[in-house]
Design a protein around this ligand. Structure first.
Ligand code: TXA
Ligand code: MG
Length: 314
């Protein structure tokens, strides 16, 4: 059995695995991550291979605290301010790489920037502390598929092929971190996520969105059109289920197969999103129809994931 409850002893064992170049899946507040030593090229290469992830799609580097960022990136005043406000938490900052940064170039796909974050999960923080090195961790799912919000989801994706999955229960936030590029003026929101654009703008002033022209050749490859995709086709803005369709509801919804949040609470909907997409992604259903979700606050991240889940498959 590779799923192990995240006891202190298990976390210590996981840290040793990371230190010897092996991979460990671990919980964060957003989704489960597939972690490897970010300073070890072979460990980083193993992450890409295990996920079948295109090597042009860079990884997020996880740290136990903001102070650990100093040797990796140029941590400017805006970064300090955001870190103070939102870390630990679901915000990833893209910052200029220091020339002497120990992070593997493969982890950042050869870019001159590095994406970093401090996750708000006690197991993740204990693991990062014990490992004593930056940990590269994409979501712990095969590339392009639905992200995992439980240890069981992780195991299902890799057919027992992982050495260790630390089980810390279901993820509280349920959608990935917000990715904010601080190398440009104004800063740009590369991926909507657990910290809303509204909350960032309250701290920073205007935050730009990527241009549509970048979506084909993305600056942040998480912007790839088809991503987060279940096996079944997904139809958006449904008012009801057609023949053979599962209906994923939001708010009051008669006849919903599952409901993201009967009370129309976006936080609850984000936490349920990936688990419910997985639960409906099977016979007797032939497609998944999803009711409209308001596009403000966390709804922006939910709709981003749903649009990619519904996009034509590559
Ligand atoms: O919530 C999360 O962020 C989760 C947990 C495990 O921390 N991780 C996650 O990783 O979602 P991943 O690999 O699935 O998504 C990383 C995103 C991608 O969109 C990637 O393109 C972007 O971050 N990214 C990483 N490094 C970047 C960089 N240097 N410049 C621009 N985008 C970058
Ligand atoms: Mg991912």
């Amino acid at each position: 059995m590779t799923i192990i409850p995240a006891t202190a002893a298990a976390i210590k064992q996981a840290a040793l695995l990371l230190q010897t170049g092996q991979l460990v899946a671990f919980p964060t507040e957003t989704v489960y991550g597939l972690g490897g030593d970010a300073t070890n090229d072979r460990a980083v290469a193993a992450i890409f291979a295990t996920k079948s992830r295109p090597s042009f799609n860079p990884l997020i580097i996880h740290l136990p605290d903001a102070a650990s960022a100093a040797p990796l990136v140029h941590f400017d005043a805006a970064a300090r301010r955001l870190a103070e406000k939102f870390w630990p938490g679901p915000l990833t900052l893209v910052l200029p790489r220091r020339p002497d940064s120990p992070v593997s170039l493969l982890a950042s796909a050869g870019l001159d920037s590095i994406a970093i974050r401090v996750p708000a999960h006690p197991v993740a923080l204990a693991l990062l502390q014990a490992a004593g090195r930056p940990v590269a961790a994409p979501s712990a799912n095969p590339s392009g598929q639905v992200s995992p919000t439980t240890a069981r989801h992780v195991a299902d994706g890799f057919d027992g092929g992982l050495t260790m999955i630390l089980d810390g229960g279901p993820c509280r936030v349920g959608v990935e971190s917000t990715v904010l590029d601080l190398t440009t003026t104004p800063p740009r929101l590369l991926r909507p996520g657990g910290i809303t654009r509204e909350a960032l703008e309250a701290e920073l002033g205007p935050v730009a969105l990527p241009d549509a022209s970048e979506l084909g050749a993305p600056r942040s490859p998480g912007m790839l059109a088809s991503h987060y995709a279940p096996a079944l086709p997904v139809r958006l803005d449904a008012i009801g289920a057609g023949p053979g369709e599962a209906l994923l509801g939001f708010g009051p919804a008669a006849g919903a197969s599952l409901n993201l949040s009967p009370e129309a609470d976006l936080t609850e909907a984000a936490a349920n999103l990936f688990a419910m997409l997985r639960a409906l992604d099977r016979p007797p259903f032939q497609a998944i129809a999803v009711m409209p979700i308001p596009d403000h606050g966390l709804g922006a991240a939910i709709n981003d994931r749903l649009r990619r889940a519904a996009a034509p498959r590559g």
